[in-house]
Design a protein. Structure first.
Length: 213
């Protein structure tokens, strides 16, 4: 099979989604490996508490190239799902607000929530285009009415680091809590879960290698 670039038209304009990115793929992989994957391996060794995340964010948190994260959101999520500006979006586990800010700049009406007091404080001080709330995602129904959002976005939220089909290491019943998230979506709304998945076929001891939600 030949490696041909595939294009797909979106909407009524001339924009195209391509499965081949216009910059060097190897460079992208190396960037992700250095800035995200390697720190993630160290960070996911144990279940993190709220204070653990506060300490982590106080030391700088995750490091991102804004242009790269923006491109990933556009090419891998926004364009394929045909998401349009003006939609109301809730980011759960927004951390220091990096992705909430990018999504706001891309035209969405964004609310970011996180249990880390430091993370939300940083987000409020550095990003003014989104609304940020310091709260537990389990309490969202107390803050928002059913059908409040068009999109719920989760980018590596800690609830989804471990078991997905029951109560995880943090004591969260993932299926039940995820179902509660769905109540906050409008009819036809979209829940987007973005987590690191490795397809190397390795099954190291003590690490979950297959799961379903």
């Amino acid at each position: 099979m030949t490696n041909k670039e595939k294009h797909k038209n979106f909407g009524n304009n001339n924009s195209k989604y391509t499965g081949v990115w216009p910059y060097n793929k190897l460079r992208e992989i190396r960037i992700l490996q250095k800035l995200i994957i390697m720190p993630l391996k160290k960070w996911m060794g144990t279940t993190r508490t709220q204070n653990g995340y506060n300490d982590f964010y106080a030391k700088g948190g995750w490091r991102y190239f804004k242009w790269l994260e923006k491109r990933i959101l556009q090419k891998r999520i926004i364009m394929p799902l045909k998401l349009t500006k003006g939609l109301k979006l809730l980011e759960i586990g927004c951390g220091m607000g990096h992705h909430s800010n990018i999504l706001s700049e891309l035209g969405f009406k964004v609310v970011g929530v996180d249990t880390s007091e430091f993370g939300i404080k940083y987000a409020k001080e550095h990003y003014s285009t989104s609304k940020y709330l310091h709260m537990d995602a389990k309490d969202l129904s107390l803050e928002f009415e059913p059908g409040s959002f068009d999109i719920i976005f989760s980018n590596g939220m800690s609830w989804y680091h471990y078991e997905l089909n029951g109560i995880n290491q943090g004591g969260i019943d993932v299926p039940i809590c995820t179902k509660d998230f769905f109540q906050l979506l409008k009819r036809g709304g979209i829940f987007i879960l973005k987590i690191l998945t490795v397809f190397l076929g390795r099954r190291p001891d003590g690490v979950i290698h297959h799961n379903e939600l």
